[in-house]
Ligand binder design. Structure first.
Ligand code: TRP
Length: 355
């Protein structure tokens, strides 16, 4: 494995870079996070210089409890490590540890049109739910902070056309489009500075739906507790939820998004976790009904999440160690972020501090 440091500027194809972020807004990540994104973060370390960020600044765009945020930020980081994010290879860090995120967000905010920001569908949905009095300006500018998260780590155009990937789900596409627009706008006004990032849905990313409402996405904010499988869930309740997952009145274990959304979701989960094709699973469970299928699926889920849960708890038991990993991650991130920000300040016309 070639480390980022080892890739010299003269090597033919520079290592692509990847950045992604996740909010510490739950007590645990869930299966949808894992199969839709986080598992790919781990895989991308093999091919990319990676920056992974727990976005605590984004988490305060809605009302929050400080003690819970502190706890959840650590739990989020511990889970990422337990899932296989390797601090030797990736910069794993907490967003608020690198103040350049907010600084760049200010500059980008000044390049964003009010109407442009107002067209972000996620903001429109969330603010419609909360009403205007419950909606903060921070929620409005959320996508601009996200653009800053990303653009701070863009390879500079001089760095030999390095590919810059941001793995995101469908729901983040518009934010990524805005990020690209802001990168191009900045470059146009102030000179080539940012490489616009490319959104990509990584290979093997699986869209997981709610166990109780299999046509809706598994989502922390929208799903009921019975519809979500938490990574840190205890084995007993985990099994129960899977056994009680909505299927349909038939008995056939068959992939059919229209007629059998529930079974199809379970097949996707099984296939993604075990690495078996859907067709093979359909064959294995031909004639056996849903009971055995669900029982086996529960075992596969427990075999994956059991060790992650244990490792997470171990990591949380040694806070000093965890803190030191995050401090090192922040240092690595800062090395890139401060360099980008120095360039930005200079290009925008801020006077240097003169040392
Ligand atoms: N908005 C993203 C989400 O809800 C989280 C996020 C914040 C993010 N900053 C990011 C994702 C930068 C990718 C890159 O999923």
């Amino acid at each position: 494995m070639q480390t980022p440091e080892a890739s010299s500027p003269s090597s033919a194809a520079p290592t692509p870079r990847v950045l992604s972020g996740i909010q510490p807004t739950a007590d645990s990540f869930h299966l949808g996070n894992y199969l839709g994104a986080l598992r790919q973060w781990v895989a991308l370390q093999e091919t990319h210089e990676s920056f992974y960020c727990v976005v605590d600044l984004h988490a305060i765009t809605v009302e929050h409890d400080p003690a819970l945020l502190r706890r959840r930020t650590k739990v989020a980081a511990a889970q990422l490590l337990a899932m296989g994010v390797d601090p030797e290879r990736s910069a794993l860090f907490v967003q608020s540890h690198v103040p350049e995120h907010t600084e760049l967000a200010w500059v980008l905010g000044c390049l964003t049109g009010f109407g442009e920001a107002g067209r972000m569908t996620q903001f429109k949905d969330k603010s419609a739910k909360q009403g205007t009095s419950g909606t903060s300006v921070g929620l409005f500018t959320y996508p601009i902070l996200q653009a800053a998260d990303i653009l701070l780590y863009t390879p500079e155009p001089g760095e030999g056309e390095r590919v810059f990937h941001v793995p995101v789900g469908e729901d983040q596409r518009q934010h990524l489009e805005l990020t690209r627009t802001l990168a191009q706008r900045f470059n146009h006004r102030f000179g080539e500075t940012f490489t616009p990032p490319e959104a990509f849905i990584p290979e093997g990313a699986a869209k997981i739906t709610d166990l109780q409402e299999p046509t809706a996405k598994m989502s922390k904010s929208a799903s009921s507790p019975q519809g979500i499988l938490d990574v840190l869930e205890e084995p007993g309740p985990m099994r129960k939820k899977i056994m009680r997952a909505v299927t349909d009145t038939g008995t056939e274990v068959r992939y059919d998004e229209e007629e059998k959304a529930g079974v199809t979701n379970l097949l996707r989960i099984f296939s993604a976790l075990e690495g078996t094709s859907i067709a093979d699973l359909e064959g294995r469970y031909e004639g056996s009904g849903y009971g055995q299928f669900k029982k086996d699926l529960a075992q596969v889920v427990l075999d994956t999440f059991g060790p992650i849960r244990e490792r997470t708890l171990e990591l949380l038991d040694d806070e000093k160690h965890l803190d030191s990993i995050l401090a090192r991650g922040a240092e690595r991130a800062s090395a890139v972020a401060t360099r980008t920000m120095d360039t930005v300040r200079e290009r925008v016309g801020f006077v240097g501090r003169g040392h």
